[in-house]
Write a protein that binds this ligand. Structure first.
Ligand code: AMP
Ligand code: MG
Length: 509
């Protein structure tokens, strides 16, 4: 059980008489207390506004002006608990780099509560970096400004790309240092998620043999994320199948934009199928399936090309946790789980192939399409071709052969492109779409702008080292519209110069 001796402010500290700014309706708080610890965020010295995500605030029915006001910033820093909140740290377990840890939990985050947004979707509002909790172990419960800004930028970039993800509602500074390798400015991120239930949440109860809690959690998740599973013959099996489906689609989408999560532990695997917990994540520049950025992933377990295999592995851990719910006898449960799990690879391959076809401008299906795509990827890997630019420029080349020059220039040996392009053109000849329509369709799926790592690092260091948020703001502006060519920001499409290249990213925990 969590350490109860920590001097932690109690959760009873509620908002004053200010009008309800957040229309909270807290369903997780209605689950038994062994799911979480009620607990308020720990106040900080001097809250400072960095960023409010205005469009997201409006989606949530929140007033961006209020959030940016001193009272709003105090709330986002954890100094004031808004009316209607049910602040708590969530319990979960997880496999970290393959090793099971029976108790992790929110060691530096507090769920304030849930809001049903304007589209009728229930969303968690969580403060990350909000101080110690009973799950903090040796951590300080805090977050440094750099990682908070990284999560803000990359999660918003992913959302703009159309990939399922948690969102960033706000970033504030705390006015307090956090001690890492050096002292760094502290910050709090306000994260919005469909929910914070993870594979590790199920593992937490499974490891304790608490089948009643497993069932309550599964029912909560079905009600919240997979309502049609409730009417299936076997609702918990249907839940499992639908989680598999979403993970397969999610990881395919990651690969299609060159995203590397970096820490695909089971506690960072969302049951709702969102990208969650942006740590040492990055988009790759030059294509290479073995690409790793995370400083803590020396074995390459979470390398770009390993992500589908790891998602499958994580889902197998989910299956183990769910077994008691799948059938009364274990053999049947295992059989059902395995049959469902076998669906992952075909679902993933299908999603990947469909995405690759769109990226190549193919709108009909041909048996040779995967080989065609794979040949391009192989040539790109052998020639250090930039992943994002290659596909973006293919859209132009599909319209105008003269644009080939700009694609082949991305390959160390441009002839490798020529050989492939001949086959691609032959295949395009069988397609119904004409040039301009095909280019437009390709540009809708092949981003011009990703949150390139060297740009992210530059934005972070300007903010952290010089208090200059200009690069952070500009990068956010660029990644908010990834599929539009915007000449004013053309330099953001460029890969790093050799001297700008970033080889490692850090969790900063
Ligand atoms: P992460 O690597 O961010 O997914 O976190 C893994 C686990 O470590 C989670 O239980 C976190 O809550 C916990 N953790 C990470 N950083 C801190 C910190 N600074 N203080 C306390 N707990 C932390
Ligand atoms: Mg985590």
């Amino acid at each position: 059980m969590p350490d109860e001796s920590l001097p932690i402010p109690d959760a009873g500290r509620r908002g004053d008489a200010s009008p309800a700014r957040f229309a909270f309706d807290n369903s997780y708080a209605r689950l038994p207390e062994r799911f979480y610890r009620p607990l308020a965020p720990r106040p900080v010295k001097a809250p400072g506004l960095v960023k409010i995500n205005r469009p997201l605030a409006l989606e949530l029915g929140l007033d961006p002006e209020f959030l940016a006001s001193p009272a709003g910033v105090a709330t986002l820093a954890g100094n004031h608990v808004p009316m209607g909140a049910a602040p708590m740290a969530l319990a979960y377990a997880g496999h970290q780099f393959g090793h099971f840890v029976p108790q992790l939990g929110d060691g530096r985050a507090i769920l304030l509560g849930e809001i049903v947004d304007r589209g009728g979707v229930r969303r968690d509002v969580q403060l990350k970096g909000s101080g110690p909790t009973p799950f903090s172990r040796n951590g300080d419960g805090r977050a440094a400004l750099g990682p908070v800004l990284r999560e803000y930028i990359v999660s918003e970039a992913m959302a703009a790309l159309g990939i399922a993800t948690t969102r960033s509602l706000a970033a504030v500074t705390t006015g307090e240092p956090v001690r890492r390798a050096t002292a760094l400015p502290g910050a709090v991120l306000t994260r919005v998620a469909s929910s914070h239930v993870r594979v590790g949440t199920f593992q937490f109860f499974a490891a304790k043999g608490d089948h009643e809690a497993l069932r309550l959690l599964a029912d909560h998740v079905i009600h919240r994320h997979y309502p049609n599973a409730a009417t299936a013959d076997r609702p918990y099996l249907a839940l499992f199948e639908q989680v598999i489906r979403r993970q397969a689609a999610l990881v395919a989408n990651w690969l299609l934009v060159g995203f590397i999560h970096g820490v695909m532990n089971t506690d960072n695997c969302s049951i709702a199928g969102e990208t969650i917990d942006y740590g040492p994540c990055a988009f790759m520049d030059a294509y290479g399936p073995e690409t790793v950025f995370s400083s803590i992933d020396s074995q390459g377990r979470y390398a770009y090309g390993n992500q589908p295999r790891i998602a499958h592995w994580n889902l197998a851990r989910f299956a183990e946790a769910l077994l008691p719910l799948l059938a009364d006898d274990t053999d049947t449960a295992i059989e059902l789980a395995n049959a469902a799990l076998n669906g992952f690879s075909p679902l993933f391959s299908e999603a990947l192939l469909a995405g690759l076809r769109r990226k190549l401008g193919l709108f009909t299906e041909d048996a040779g399409d995967m080989a065609l795509a794979q040949d391009l990827l192989t040539a790109m890997a052998e020639n250090q071709a930039d992943f994002t630019l290659t596909f973006r420029r293919l859209g132009d080349a599909a319209y105008d052969r003269n644009a080939d020059t700009r694609v082949r220039a991305l390959f160390q040996n441009p002839v490798a492109y020529d050989a492939w392009a001949a086959g691609w053109r032959a295949r395009l000849a069988a397609e119904p779409l004409d040039g301009p329509a095909r280019r437009a369709a390709m540009h809708r799926v092949n981003p011009a702008f990703i949150a390139r790592n060297h740009r992210v690092e530059a934005a972070l260091s300007a903010a952290v080292d010089a208090g200059d948020y200009g690069p952070f703001e500009e990068l956010l502006t660029v990644v908010a519209k990834p599929y539009e060519d915007r000449p004013a920001f053309a330099a953001y499409a460029d890969p790093p110069e050799p001297t700008e290249r970033v080889y490692q990213t850090f969790c900063g925990t």
